[in-house]
Design a protein around this ligand. Structure first.
Ligand code: ADP
Ligand code: 5GP
Length: 204
């Protein structure tokens, strides 16, 4: 059996990673999610072993010590890590495994596994990003705005990824990701201008 590929999907909080991935899993059964470990609290509607493996700080530390994570990072007050065994097992089954992870972890994976397909989602405008984050209504206004302010520092990181996709229309984005996986997607020609304009968009 051919070994599956490792795919990284990253981008600022609220850009639509979860939504886009859900759509990808629906329409392409070669793709499966990696299920991360986290120390954060389980939210309503989430499920052990499906959304995350919920673990204590001590368990997380032990996993780090035993070299069990492909990568791990701390963000928004919680710790998150990709379990190496889980990912390798799914890839050995021929599945293409998607890591939906934040940027520090993504950089670590790119270093360790340069063959991974890395994809960064950018917002069409910062206002759209803010509206999506706040509109999602998951973490409350203040926390959502904290995440939004962090996004300004993450836009430049897009350049480190193989593929950059502006998540404007959901179905268009999903199609572009499928194109990227076939090597048939080209980054926007105006990528540098887009990055500059996003960063210049005054804090809202
Ligand atoms: P992330 O996983 O990156 O934090 P989510 O998937 O939770 O982001 O998406 C944040 C919000 O944006 C959700 O309310 C989602 O429905 C919405 N959203 C995501 N992608 C799009 C899109 N292409 N067009 C409009 N709304 C979107
Ligand atoms: P949330 O708490 O909203 O589920 O996730 C917060 C952030 O952690 C998101 O940006 C998500 O992509 C990221 N994340 C989830 N799992 C992992 C992981 O295993 N490693 C890293 N580095 N980031 C993760």
């Amino acid at each position: 059996m051919t070994k599956g590929r490792l795919i990284i999907i990253s981008g600022p909080s609220g850009i639509g990673k979860g939504t886009v991935c859900k759509e990808l899993f629906k329409q392409d059964d070669s793709l499966v999610p990696s299920v991360s470990w986290t120390t954060r609290e389980k939210r309503k509607g989430e499920e052990e072993g499906v959304t995350y493996f919920y673990r204590t700080d001590e368990e997380f530390d032990r996993m780090i010590e035993s070299g069990g994570f492909l990568e791990y990072a701390g963000i928004y007050g919680g710790r998150y890590g990709t379990p190496r065994d889980y990912v390798e097992k799914r890839m050995a089954e021929g599945k293409n495994v998607i890591l939906e992870i934040e940027t520090k972890g993504a950089m670590a994976v790119m270093e360790k596994a340069p063959e991974a397909v890395s994809i960064y989602l950018l917002p069409p405008t910062m206002r759209v990003l803010r509206d999506r984050l706040v509109g999602r209504g998951r973490e409350g206004y203040e926390k959502a705005m904290e995440r939004f302010r962090c996004a300004y520092g993450e836009i430049d990181l897009a350049r480190a990824y193989r593929y950059v996709i502006v998540n404007e229309d959901l179905h268009d984005t999903v199609q572009k990701i499928e194109d990227a996986l076939r090597g048939a997607y080209r980054n926007p020609e105006d990528l540098e201008d887009r990055i500059r304009i996003l960063k210049e968009e005054t804090e809202l």
